[in-house]
Design a protein around this ligand. Structure first.
Ligand code: ES4
Ligand code: ZN
Length: 319
């Protein structure tokens, strides 16, 4: 039987494929700095998180209209369905668009409309997690969250992403307090490039229910113990870790050690258009590197279901 795949760490803007960048640039009359797909593709050799983010923020300039956001989302859901994804909890960065003059309701509304359509036509259920850019002021994140809570598009959760080093979780305590009061689910990127201390504060000061990446937690045995004891999920993204030089090669990835330690690890895509593949490609790379057993593959699939924000009936339907 095909294992039910659940995607818990995916940036919708990170599914913007080079072909779609050119398609939308044409549709919207946006001038790109690249003359061809080849020239664009040559930009995809990253040295760290920031070098990737620089390209990611340039490319999303082609997203202008509500229809563009719907197209982006639909293309992702089609690819996810083909991979066997049954449920996806996707990240979306409203600030990356509002600061360029896109209306919040166009961006978020286009995404939401395509997610609803995808559930009907492709059988991929979803949750929408709005992520805030930690390298921008917390006051801006707070204002956007207030605007979303007062607006027409319901969201399921909030997260924190973009450049991590120098932007510790505690800067966003007020944003998370509001999210919690509004009944939203709470996640944050922590311990990708940042130290274990950022994972501690994401847990203690933001109250997150999942840690995105979290792989640097391995440097702190007391933190590992806590994550194991609390069955705190870590959404790990192996191909991302290789391409952003968090690990040298897939064979050096600490996934086997994380499983041995008893961490609740899930496998995810992050920014698949940039890092060489979707969730199925991540799983295939791990399979190739570590010769995972059927029991390990089943455990990873089960962890994805358990770590999701589905209610018990929704989880039971996937097992
Ligand atoms: C991201 Cl890989 C990664 N890390 C942090 N922020 C991000 N935004 C999009 N991809
Ligand atoms: Zn991410």
């Amino acid at each position: 039987m095909r294992l039910p795949l659940v995607e818990l760490h995916l940036h919708l803007e990170g599914t913007l494929e080079p072909e779609l960048i050119f398609e939308l640039a044409e549709r919207n009359g946006v001038q790109l700095p690249w003359r061809s797909l080849e020239e664009l593709r040559a930009q995809y050799a990253f040295s760290d998180l920031q070098s990737f983010l620089d390209l990611y923020y340039v490319n999303l300039g082609v997203l202008r209209t509500r229809a563009d956001f719907a197209t982006l989302t639909t293309r992702y859901l089609e690819r996810a369905a083909a991979a066997g994804v049954r449920h996806a909890e996707v990240f979306f960065d409203p600030q990356a668009h509002t600061i360029r003059g896109v209306a919040l309701d166009d961006a978020l509304g286009g995404v939401q409309e395509a997610l609803q359509e995808g559930a009907r036509t492709l059988g991929v259920s979803s949750k929408l997690i709005v992520t805030f850019l930690r390298d921008r002021p917390a006051a801006e994140a707070l204002a956007i969250l207030q605007q979303i809570l007062a607006g027409p598009v319901p969201i399921d959760g909030i997260g924190l992403d973009s450049a991590e080093l120098g932007y510790p979780p505690e800067l966003f305590a007020e944003v998370y307090a509001l999210g919690r009061a509004a009944g939203l689910r709470l996640v944050a990127h922590a311990g990708e490039e940042g130290p274990p201390a950022y994972v501690w504060t994401a847990l203690d000061l933001l109250g997150v229910e999942r840690v995105d990446h979290g792989i640097r937690s391995l440097e702190d045995p007391a933190l590992v113990q806590r994550l194991v004891d609390e069955r705190m999920p870590l959404t790990v993204c192996p191909l991302s870790n290789v391409r952003l030089r968090v690990v040298d090669t897939i064979a050096d990835h600490p996934l086997p050690r994380m499983l041995e330690l008893g961490l609740l690890v899930t496998i995810n895509s992050d920014d698949p258009a940039y890092f060489g593949g979707y969730i199925d490609d991540n799983l295939a790379a791990l399979q190739e590197a570590f010769d995972l057993s059927a029991a390990e593959r089943a455990l990873l699939a089960r962890n994805g279901v358990e770590a999701s924000f589905l209610d018990p009936a929704g989880k039971a339907a996937l097992y």
